[in-house]
Design a protein around this ligand. Structure first.
Ligand code: ADP
Ligand code: MG
Length: 262
């Protein structure tokens, strides 16, 4: 049976909320249960690439080349230390992609075309996870246009709900104009601190607004999670037993459950 990969955009216009950490560790957990996963690093900072051990000098082809120069994603994917997990690295030049594509009226569809081609060339891939940059510009909108569903990491802090309504409006706009099939996979609470009253208050608010769109699993704040990237590996490989890694394993099973239902 030939089926298309499920494409998930990991997005939130705020920086430092756990997008990249979620992309890396959710992908690792998916690969661990037998999925073949490609992470597309769409943040010019390239943190997902670094966190998976692909240094700047190894980034011979990047997502910029795929997006702007039609280089096939299949030719730029790099192996990682995780079996069945591949990454399409990002470079700083990606920061100029929106300007470089300004004259292309089809620019929002370029990533979708690149992923469709990847699916045809690499039929083994079952999941594509896109690590979006901290903005709602072309790279994020193009990711949502290419995606089946959006997964929003949300840090439980004071302005979390304002940020959430902004990204929800963007999802609505993309659905109306560019990708009618787009769904919200879910919202994952990140860097959750159960001793902090604010975390609990924000959690209650978000759950009241979005109901079961919020995953049951919250990712706890965990020092092992923050140490892992400097070792160039996912937290799941660095310390599988830590609370953060275990939370990502649980999140993966919720994500798979929703994808099977979709
Ligand atoms: P984003 O991609 O949204 O900018 P990151 O995933 O890079 O966010 O996370 C921001 C910072 O917070 C990083 O230094 C990361 O290691 C750290 N971090 C993310 N999740 C956790 C967690 N659950 N516990 C502790 N630190 C975390
Ligand atoms: Mg990031």
């Amino acid at each position: 049976m030939m089926s298309k990969p499920r494409v998930l955009a990991i997005a939130n216009q705020k920086g430092g909320v756990g997008k990249t950490t979620t992309a890396i560790n959710l992908s690792t957990a998916l690969a661990a249960v037998g999925e073949t996963v490609a992470i597309l690093d769409l943040d010019p900072q390239g943190n997902a690439s670094t966190g998976l051990g692909v240094g700047v000098s190894e980034r011979t082809g990047t997502t910029y080349d795929a997006l702007v120069d039609d280089v096939p994603l299949s030719s730029i994917l790099k192996k990682t230390s995780v079996p069945r997990l591949f990454v399409a690295p990002a470079g700083m030049e990606l920061a100029g992609a929106d300007i470089d594509l300004l004259d292309d009226p089809q620019r929002h569809y370029r990533l979708k075309r690149a992923i469709d081609r990847l699916a045809a060339e690499c039929p083994d891939i079952t999941y594509v996870l896109i690590d979006c940059p901290p903005s709602l510009g072309l790279l994020t909108v193009g990711s949502m246009t290419a995606a089946d569903a959006v997964l929003i990491p949300l840090q439980c802090e004071f302005f979390a709900l304002e940020g959430l309504s902004q990204i929800m409006r963007t999802i609505e706009t993309v659905r109306a104009r560019l990708n009618p099939q787009l769904e919200l996979q879910g919202v994952v609470l990140t860097m959750y601190d159960r001793r902090n009253n604010l975390s609990a208050d924000v959690e209650a608010d978000v759950r009241a607004h979005l109901g079961d769109k919020v995953y049951r699993t919250a990712i706890p704040r965990n020092v092992r999670i923050s140490e892992a990237p400097s070792h160039g590996k996912p937290a799941l490989l660095y310390d599988l037993k830590c609370a953060g890694s275990q939370a990502y394993v649980q999140l993966a099973s919720e994500v798979i459950g929703r994808e099977r239902a979709a």
